[in-house]
Design a protein around this ligand. Structure first.
Ligand code: FAD
Ligand code: SIN
Length: 592
């Protein structure tokens, strides 16, 4: 095995990973350099497919304000969003947009050179910036990728999976280790008990992790696997930043590309980090209801924002029955409406009618959606678009404060893998890209205050982790991961989906527990590593969904259809010893 060291390692090359790399390179003292690893190619990510846009409360948008953005986010998030978090992210959106412009990102402008703002569900004003019409994610990502590629101080490993975090207990004595020795212990692995109880915090007013809530764990680096060469490498670092994105691939129907397998969440869980709000999966109401192998193409909410209507096969509109905001009700409400119509009429989809929008505007504003639909024989200027809900976004994740710190020292999380408390029970459209960039900015701002010396010595605990991957004598027989993956995706869709109840969740846990995946830590290939992670995360989501006995936002329990009076986050870790204490995060400004 190869060994190396870097001052900072970033795992993931979506918008959170790319932007944090650029900001860290710009601001942080990096005696041992900066490494960005990604399991596919640079830029392959959920970020690339973002359509609608990015929320920005811009000073020039006189109809908007931070207060209005906070209010919309809290309402959409069913009360669970954290005030301080939203305020921080919202207040810094203008600064971050201007910084992105400096990196070559362009947002669409009108003929007078003013930003164009679009509307999406549950926003009370037009405040969403977009780029390339409906190609916002791709446009931002391409600009950032270009800068990362040009930057000689950012080393990039592609086709490289992070497979385990090097975590040691803090109070251990350090020993000098000879790396050539091999441990006899191969079997150490975290076994997840699916019925582990979760603790619910009663304090909804803060997002910080006060110092005394750090676990006694310390992250010293990561073991990575090159899926092309099959080689492992141990990388030591004093700051490991997870930017690994979401979990959509856990579901049969998803808008997320193949990489969204929850790796960062599984790795953090195994490392002992605290996870938050794991039961909250956002299902987007309008994925194109045409089967593809891996995911479903998204029909952006911005199409409804511009006036498109949902209807049944006869063209009868139904949203007024469900919510007075109709098509622009929060995403969870529209999703359940679509799902209900589909179940009631025993059909696989409803329809979106965009023919009421001026056809020139449609073509200009949504070039990619128009093209994709046309490829499938649908002319969106006159045909109904068949749409159905699909898993889209993960509101839960690794609990962090606004500096990206997790409960494990030296381990940071930003972007969709993190749970900052912004999204609450249901993410407000286009808040995710904003969270990615503000938190990427903020983690860099924090790291520049630290002395990032890489560890010189490691202890037995870390050595035993490395040894599991060093052992070349372990012969692994191939497993049919493709069918296991599809079994898991079916279970999650059928039993842990848009509507849940005790019976469905218990059934899911049983079925997930019956899936045999005979691997310890070391797997044969990338597909196996991903499946190992998916299985851990699926059990966690299901266990947390079973524990939350209420309906809130995207978590809808038919056996507990009402919202509890107490508005509480759920937290879980692999020790069951999580304790919640009060603490307030003070708002801090960027030092640009
Ligand atoms: P990602 O962009 O998902 O990147 C994760 C990266 O981590 C990838 O490069 C992946 O390969 C890598 N990775 C994962 N695991 C490992 C591992 N073990 N080792 C190494 N690398 C790893 N949000 C908005 O705000 N506005 C929108 O308009 C919008 N539209 C969307 C449309 C679609 C179709 C989808 C799917 C999502 C949309 N979202 C939107 C959500 C938003 O795009 C994502 O939440 C956001 O881009 C996540 O960015 P990220 O950098 O955190 O993760
Ligand atoms: C969309 O364009 O509908 C997706 C926006 C988002 O997920 O925030």
């Amino acid at each position: 095995m190869k060994y190396s060291k870097y001052s900072v390692i970033i795992i993931g090359s979506g918008i959170a990973g790319l932007y944090s790399a650029l900001k860290i390179e710009q601001q942080v003292n990096l005696p041992d350099g900066l490494l960005l690893i990604t399991k596919s190619g640079l830029g392959e990510s959920n970020s690339r497919y973002a359509q609608g846009g990015m929320v920005a409360v811009m000073k020039e948008n006189k109809s908007d304000s931070v207060a209005s953005h906070i209010s919309d986010t809290i309402k959409a998030g069913a009360g669970l969003s954290e005030f301080n978090t939203i305020k921080f992210i919202s207040e810094n959106s203008d600064a971050v947009v201007h910084d992105l412009l400096k990196f070559g990102v362009q947002f669409d402008k009108d003929e007078n050179d003013n930003f164009c703002f679009t509307q999406e569900a549950a926003h009370s004003v037009r405040r969403i910036l977009h780029s390339g019409g409906d190609a916002t994610g791709r446009m931002i990502e391409q600009a950032l990728c270009k800068k990362v590629k040009e930057n000689k101080n950012i080393e990039v490993y592609e086709k490289t999976d992070a497979v385990e975090l090097l975590v040691q207990s803090e109070d251990r004595l350090f020993n000098n280790i000879s790396f050539s020795e091999k441990s006899q212990e191969q079997q150490i692995d975290t076994v997840l008990s699916p019925y582990r109880p979760i603790a619910l915090s009663s304090d909804n007013s803060y997002t910080s992790i006060p110092p005394n809530l750090h676990t006694s764990k310390n992250c010293k680096g990561v073991v990575v696997f090159n899926s092309e060469t099959g080689e492992y490498e141990t990388i030591y670092s004093s700051a490991v930043i997870l930017a690994t994105g979401g979990v959509g691939q856990l579901y049969k129907y998803t808008t997320n590309p193949v990489d969204a397998t929850g790796d960062g969440i599984a790795l953090s869980y195994k490392a002992g980090a605290v996870l938050q709000d794991m039961e909250f999966i956002q299902f987007h109401p309008t994925a194109l209801a045409i089967d593809c192998d891996e995911n479903r193409f998204l029909i952006s909410e911005a199409v409804r924002g511009e006036g498109a209507k949902l209807c049944d096969a006869d063209g009868i509109e139904f949203m007024a029955k469900y919510d007075e905001r109709k098509e622009l009700a929060p995403r969870d409400v529209v999703t359940r409406a679509n799902f209900n119509e589909m179940c009631k009429n025993k059909v696989n989809n409803v329809y979106l009618n965009a023919s009421c929008i001026d056809s020139e505007k449609l073509a200009k504003r949504f070039p990619n959606i128009s093209k994709k639909c046309l490829e499938n024989g649908i002319d969106i200027t006159k045909d109904f678009i068949p749409v159905a809900p699909a898993a889209h976004y993960f509101m839960g994740g690794v609990k962090t404060n606004l500096r990206g710190e997790t409960s494990v020292k030296g381990l940071y999380a930003i972007g969709e893998v993190s749970s900052t408390g912004l999204h609450g029970g249901n993410r407000l459209a286009s808040n995710s890209l904003l969270e990615c960039v503000v938190c990427a900015y903020s983690v860099a701002d924090y790291l520049k205050t630290l002395n990032l010396k890489t560890p010189k010595q490691i202890d037995e605990e870390i050595k035993s982790i490395i040894d599991k991957y060093n052992d070349e004598d372990v012969v692994l027989e191939e497993i049919d991961v493709k069918s296991l993956k599809s079994e898991l995706q079916n279970i999650m869709w059928d039993y842990v989906g848009i509507l849940r109840d005790e019976k469905s969740l218990t059934t899911a846990l049983e079925k997930l527990s019956n899936i045999k995946f005979p691997r310890g830590s070391k797997c044969l290939n990338r597909d196996e590593y991903e499946f190992r992670n998916m299985l851990i995360v699926a059990k966690l989501i299901t266990a947390c969904a079973l524990e939350r006995k209420e309906s809130r936002g995207a978590h809808f329990r038919t056996d507990y259809p009402k919202m509890n009076e107490a508005c509480e986050h759920s937290v879980i870790d692999n020790s069951g010893k999580w304790k919640v204490e009060n603490g307030k995060l003070s708002n801090f400004q960027f030092s640009t």
